[in-house]
Design a protein around this ligand. Structure first.
Ligand code: XUL
Length: 539
């Protein structure tokens, strides 16, 4: 019997999932989560983020993550499980965030004193007290400067997988080097949240993996190594401050003496950590091309595995490395549950009456379309909030319910086309995936079977599967990812929803009209009313 631990350090919490594998018997043996604000109120975070006068600035305290790691190991120690069988540990972390360490770290990491808590020993190693995180949007000028220096947005996207984004690490590093040069100079190593926590576990500077490296605007997607023009354009002497990039799910060390002495853990293998999105990819079973995952939560996210690193020419999608050694495409929509709830509340509906409305209204909605941009949208970029309606009366409950659901699904299908993946099945997760009427629209719009997935924490599960894969491959050389996820990631029995060919045909036309409405709303295309009327006449 062997145990594999996956940790997920997200914005608001640290979660752990421990897998037990005994021959063909597999189970989740332990699952736990620590909410940062509640467990460590002395940091003063709100939802894991430090308060800031400037709403575009978002930082978190790196020492809080250390305290959480210790508390989690303590919980594990007290679980009563036979931890001598712990074979490997890996992790997932919020992407893009960066931690700044001084030159003292290299030797200190190897010599932590197991009789003392870790946070107080890490404190003197930080050259910067706070870590900028993915919610930060304060670096627009740095983004423009980096893009200009490397030859434009398109070139940066083609090489690194994304045009410059404010939250990506390059822009954050540039901001520090420009606005606080002394702190930048006193920084010896810049880690991502993932490689920082991995370093603490293994007692030396750990490498990062291509999945998380691709969230920096600094890594060459094709070679999975630093792309020199981007590194040079970001900040002086940056090359010497970046960790190396390891192969995905490779063993990068063993658990250090600190953890062994303090928590009675064995010298388990440490498998390279990754970002939460790459980990979620395998955590929802996306280990081959042709499956998409759609997570419908506060925001909606579409992601899928790609064999080749195709990039989004429209500039809104991201390409990250995947734990399988492939790539993943990801597009994020800010107006997820938010938009659905707005419409539900506007008409005083409950979820059952919202669903009932969806069931009795016709697909295609009589050619009435909503662009569901209640809040500023990231895909496509829309700064002025407000839903846009075409042929749709704002007071028409039936029309608006169907329009918000169809609009969201059409937007997701339209803006994931760049991945150029022939989708045969979709794994749906997140709160709204419980609603089968919404999922039926998804199946009809995408023309693919939709499965509901019962995943508590897909990123932590993905990290545990990464530990499992990494350990087996380093011991015996091979294990396919299909074999790794088997039994751990199964769609709910009987959850399959199939597309209806007649409805699918309607949406095959409607998606072009949706694109025309979007172009019009963005000032890039003609008024589409005549086309909508002609479409409605043909229904
Ligand atoms: C992805 C992104 C978020 C964070 C959340 O680009 O910014 O999904 O990874 O933890």
């Amino acid at each position: 019997m062997s145990l594999y631990l996956g940790l997920d350090s997200s914005t608001q919490s640290l979660s752990a999932i421990l897998l037990e594998v005994d021959g063909s018997r597999r189970r989740v043996a332990f699952e736990s989560s620590i909410a940062f604000d509640e467990a460590f109120p002395h940091y003063g975070t709100r939802h894991g983020v430090l308060p800031s006068d400037d709403p575009t600035v978002a930082t978190s305290p790196p020492l809080l993550w250390v305290e959480a790691l210790e508390l989690m190991m303590q919980r594990l120690q007290r679980s009563g499980l036979d931890l001598s069988q712990l074979a490997a540990i890996s992790g997932s972390a919020q992407q893009h965030g960066s931690v700044y360490l001084n030159a003292g770290a290299s030797s200190a990491l190897a010599n932590f004193d197991p009789s003392r808590p870790l946070a107080e020993q890490v404190k003197p190693l930080l050259s910067r007290e706070v870590a900028p995180i993915w919610m930060d949007s304060s670096t627009s000028s740095e983004c423009a400067e980096i893009e200009r220096a490397v030859g434009g947005e398109r070139t940066l996207a083609e090489r690194t997988g994304s045009r410059a984004f404010e939250r990506f690490t390059a822009a954050q590093i540039r901001k520090l080097s420009k606005r606080d040069a002394a702190t930048y100079r006193s920084t010896d190593r810049i880690h991502l949240v993932s490689s920082y926590l991995a370093s603490l576990l293994t007692g030396r500077h750990a490498p990062l993996d291509p999945g998380d490296g691709s969230g920096m605007n600094l890594m060459d997607l094709a070679t999975c190594q630093w792309w020199q023009p981007a590194v040079d354009s970001t900040a002086p002497a940056l090359a010497s401050k970046l960790p190396p990039i390891a192969r995905p799910s490779s063993v990068v060390g063993t658990l250090s003496g600190y953890w062994q002495s303090r928590f009675g853990l064995p010298a388990a293998k440490l498998v390279a950590w990754s970002g939460d999105n790459p980990c979620s990819l395998v955590g929802v079973g996306l280990v081959r091309e042709g499956r998409l995952a759609i997570s419908m939560g506060t925001s909606d996210t579409v992601f899928g595995l790609m064999r080749e690193p195709r990039v989004d020419a429209t500039g809104t999608g991201h390409v990250f490395g995947a734990p399988t050694g492939d790539y993943m495409g990801l597009t994020c929509f800010k107006n997820g549950s938010l938009a659905r709830e707005r419409v539900r509340d506007e008409f005083g509906l409950s979820w059952p009456t919202f669903s009932e409305t969806l069931r009795r209204t016709p697909p295609g909605n009589g050619g009435r379309i909503m662009l569901p941009w209640f809040e500023p949208e990231i895909t496509p970029t829309v700064l002025a909030p407000g839903a846009r309606r075409y042929g749709l009366d704002p007071g028409d409950a039936d029309g608006n319910v169907r329009a918000v659901v169809e609009g969201q699904q059409l937007a997701m299908a339209l803006h994931s086309r760049w991945m150029n993946v022939k989708v045969d099945s979709i794994h749906a997760t997140g709160g709204a995936a419980a609603n089968r009427d919404i999922l039926q629209v998804m199946a009809d719009v995408f023309g693919a079977a939709v499965y509901q997935l019962q995943v508590g924490n897909s990123a932590a599960l993905g990290a545990a599967l990464q530990a499992f894969h990494g350990a087996i491959v380093s011991d015996s050389g091979r294990m396919s990812w299909e074999e790794v996820v088997k039994d751990f990631v199964e769609p709910l029995a009987d959850s399959k929803l199939s597309p209806d060919p007649a409805r699918q045909a309607i949406y095959d036309d409607l998606i072009n009209l949706y694109a025309a409405c979007e172009a019009h709303a963005l000032g890039k295309g003609p008024e589409p009313s005549e086309r909508l009327t002609a479409f409605a006449a043909g229904l």
